[in-house]
Ligand binder design. Structure first.
Ligand code: HEC
Length: 495
């Protein structure tokens, strides 16, 4: 199997090299998808959150099942065995069926939305990825064997199988964690380009340990839900519950791990999480709050005061855990802005070192794809503006929905619009610098104004050389560096 994956990885590398060559022609060599009023981040995020939650459940679930198997043999505990069979059905259904479906969904959506990011990730980590897939394969095989033959096997074999399942599923987390944390903190890899510098990057360990705790807690809560559906006496359910809730105890480490994680984050990302960006800050607080509530209830209520947890409470706690996990993922994804891979690739698939060239040559000069509503623009300038929006802004904004850029610019006058977009990376530090010449900037501004005016049939072309010189000056002042690296100037004309 390893050989097969190795061969596959080698094959992928060739494909990726082709993609990277394509990309060098410009950011728009791949078609850019349009999801209407839905922000692309929400499409990936929505899918990703469900997938991560299910994967956490599958990984923690393996450890939990190994523990219960061990217990059932050691204490001759028939209830533990009964629970195992019920829990395993949920695990199979949730993690194999839904998990695999959302996993494929992740690939589908992320390749639609950011093929360059995925291309760079595969190019850098193709072997690591092959290893991760191998572990995942072992996990699926163990799960299947347990499903098919678990009831017929004796205790030592069952335990062996479950431990192998746990190791394989934890292994897949270990390997994918290196790739995901590298996106946020590529660390020494930036200079050395060494695979292991990238893999064991600064946020690797805090992220891995944090996720480990989350896996165990999710499995514990999932187990509580299953236990509450079992037709046993309340006493016997309570005994099982108390064992399952132990899996929430590592949550006491969460504050330390969260601080460690924040510590390894780049300074600007950390500032956004801790208040610089109201949305991200809100999600962060929600995630922390939800985790605290779960941990408090588990520690004080269940373990210390020996309260009983009924099905509704267990479900509610599981829902809270889902919320915490969603908030955490949102923060992790959001904190990376304006990059999809820090210092390597902006979210809009433009490379930082290409911005200066694109300021001269344009961002859509090589865009081969027609506009969706190509006929409806009264002038070529407006159509150019639509292309520039599509290439540079559409990955984070929409024209008629979430983070609507028309609404965001509506209250500004013409000069403020020009200035704030020319200095995009200073207007909000989580946006990349504008990557086009004055003609593209003006085309974008005119397109936004034309749309804000409800698309009138006639719209004057704006090509006054004095305006173009002004725009050039603004772009020069903004520099081609990201906002967090160039000196932090407040945007002029506003606040
Ligand atoms: C990496 C993602 C990203 C990209 C790319 C991006 N933006 Fe933004 N932009 C944001 C986010 C996030 C906000 C914050 C929205 C808020 O505050 O509600 C924002 C805010 C804005 C605002 C409001 C700023 C303010 O001070 O109120 C404007 C205007 C804007 N963007 C224009 C653009 C334009 C034009 C482009 C393309 C040239 C662009 N953005 C590209 C993420 C991005």
């Amino acid at each position: 199997m390893v050989v097969a994956f190795g061969l596959f990885a080698w094959h992928r590398r060739e494909v990726t090299a082709g993609a990277l060559v394509l990309h060098m022609n410009g950011p728009t060599a791949y078609p850019i998808q349009d999801f209407g009023p839905v922000m692309k981040g929400m499409v990936i995020g929505g899918m990703g959150i469900v997938h991560v939650f299910l994967a956490q459940f599958a990984i923690g679930g393996g450890v939990l099942m190994s523990y219960f198997e061990w217990r059932s043999a050691r204490h001759q505990d028939a209830d533990a065995r009964l629970f195992l069979d019920g829990f395993f059905k949920v695990l199979v259904l949730a993690s194999f069926v839904l998990g695999a479906m959302t996993g494929v969904g992740m690939w589908l959506t992320s390749i639609q939305i950011s093929p360059q990011t995925i291309g760079q990730m595969v190019a850098t980590f193709h072997w690591v990825w092959a290893i991760e897939w191998t572990f995942f394969c072992v996990e699926v095989c163990c799960g299947y064997v347990f499903y098919r033959y678990g009831a017929k096997l004796g205790h030592p074999d069952r335990l062996r199988l479950l431990v192998l399942y746990s190791l394989a599923s934890y292994g897949s987390l270990f390997w994918i964690n290196g790739i995901l944390s590298w996106q946020l903190t590529p660390g020494d890899w930036i200079l050395s380009r060494s695979l292991w510098d990238g893999f064991f990057n600064p946020s690797f360990w805090p992220s891995l340990l944090f996720r480990t705790v989350a896996c165990l807690a999710t499995a514990g809560l999932g187990a509580a839900v299953v236990i509450d559906t079992m037709s046993l006496s309340r006493e016997r359910r309570h005994t099982l519950l108390r064992s399952a809730i132990r899996f929430l105890t590592p949550m006491v480490l969460m504050p330390v791990l969260a601080i460690w994680y924040l510590w390894t984050m780049p300074e600007d990302s950390r500032e956004w999480v801790l208040g610089g960006s109201p949305a991200m800050n809100l999600f962060f607080i929600a995630a922390v709050g939800a985790s605290l509530l779960i941990a408090l209830y588990a520690m004080v209520g269940l373990l210390y005061k020996r309260l009983y947890m009924n099905g509704a409470t267990a479900l509610l706690l599981l829902a809270l855990a889902f919320g915490a996990s969603a908030g955490g993922e949102f923060v992790r994804e959001g904190a990376r802005k304006p990059f999809s891979i820090r210092q390597v690739l902006y979210s809009n698939a433009i490379r930082p070192d290409a911005v200066a060239r694109m300021r001269r040559e344009g961002s859509v000069a090589n865009d081969p794809y027609p506009l969706r509503d190509g006929e409806s623009y009264p002038t070529k300038q407006l159509a150019l503006g639509a292309r520039v929006y599509r290439a540079q802004c559409s990955v984070c904004h929409t024209l008629s929905g979430a983070n609507n850029v028309i609404e965001l610019t509506k209250s500004w006058d013409l000069d403020q619009q020009r200035l704030n977009i020319a200095k995009l990376q200073h207007t909000k530090g989580f946006m990349p610098p504008f990557a086009g010449p004055p003609s593209e900037l003006e085309a974008l501004v005119q397109m936004l104004r034309w749309r804000a005016a409800h698309k009138p049939k006639h719209w004057p072309v704006s090509d006054d050389p004095a305006v173009m010189r002004d725009l050039q000056r603004m772009l020069d002042e903004a520099t081609t560096l990201p906002g967090s690296l160039s000196q932090r100037r407040p945007p002029m004309g506003k606040r």
